[in-house]
Design a protein around this ligand. Sequence first.
Ligand code: AMP
Length: 212
Amino acid sequence: MNILLFGPPGAGKGTQSALLIKKKAMRQISTGDLFRAAIKGGTPLGLEAKSYINEGKLVPDSVTIGMVREELSKHRGPFILDGFPRNVAQAEALEVLLNELKISVDRAIFLEVPNAYLLGRLTGRRVCKTCGATYHIEAKPPKAKGVCDVCGGPVIQRDDDKEEVIKTRLEAYEESTKPLKDYYQVKGQLVTVDGTGSTEDVFGRIDRVLRS
Ligand code: AMP
């Protein structure tokens, strides 16, 4: 099964994708992770994306769609698209791309989390600089402060998880990404999943969708 996972920043897309990879042998294509890897590697793509990401804005569609095209063409097998599409133009481009590659998306899962939860989730989020494992200062702190449980790397706050940038990210979500709910509703692919509660509870809900 191929799925899209979308929702507001802080909805838990990355956390749930990590579980899906582990438990369902699916491959994750996260545009946010791909951009961060490009920035870390100092590639031309990273240089182009960096200023948008640091300001909490969406990276231009031409850059993002090209990157996804390359990634999807690389491998076969079930995948989770995490954080793409993020607007209707990207959703339309994805449809063209999937037709070309003769693959389809089975479900567009919208992870629904009320706005009141998002700020706390994002400002408290910490990530491992080396392996990308995610933590939260209250809900899921690493065992040793500042050290990743998985790989021992440094646990840091993403620049775009700082409060002043989060505001812009949430605005970009409201304006560009939320309309995707209607887009996938019309296509009959939308499934809304309650993204509140424990990681395991949310995963259980997603799992039920995948089994249905
Ligand atoms: P994320 O890790 O999904 O929260 O993404 C981090 C940042 O990467 C976003 O705030 C955007 O600046 C950029 N980004 C990720 N995915 C996309 C996308 N599909 N289109 C445009 N920008 C994106």
